[in-house]
Design a protein around this ligand. Structure first.
Ligand SMILES: [Zn+2]
Length: 131
């Protein structure tokens, strides 16, 4: 609601509040407590790409854009995607054990605390994968 002759700052506050309200209605799944917001921009991009599957891993590039020689991982698995890279790929076993000495569920690696998400990003950087 616009007040009679609001000051510049009052008008600005009202407009921002209105925009914020609309944005929240249009993005009901937004979680402001998601630990991804505590990461650096580069780490956020890495985690977001792993979460959504919109990344440069071979499965997505090949199945979506027919880029590359196929969706297979160099280890021979038929699908190089986030699940395979984070959890299963034998070529990344040493790095996986370095970053996660104890097995960790993929849900924690992609949706856990800021510390866990940071470790996931570090693992990806250390593994020389292009995400
Ligand atoms: Zn593999």
């Amino acid at each position: 609601m616009i007040q009679h002759n609001p000051s510049y700052n009052e008008a600005k506050t009202l407009i921002n509040s209105d925009l914020d309200c609309h944005w929240r209605q249009e993005h009901p799944q937004h979680n402001s407590k998601d630990a991804i917001h505590k990461l650096s921009r580069a780490e956020q991009v890495t985690i977001f790409r792993l979460r959504t599957g919109h990344n440069r891993l071979k499965h997505h590039l090949f199945s979506r854009f027919k880029i590359g020689d196929g969706p297979n991982c160099p280890c021979g698995a038929n699908r190089q995607d986030a699940q395979h890279v984070l959890q299963d790929c034998p070529l990344l076993e040493d790095a996986r054990l370095k970053y996660w000495p104890k097995p960790r569920e993929i849900n924690q690696k992609l949706y856990g605390s800021a510390l866990q998400l940071g470790i996931t990003a570090e693992f990806i950087y250390a593994s020389d994968l292009t995400i």
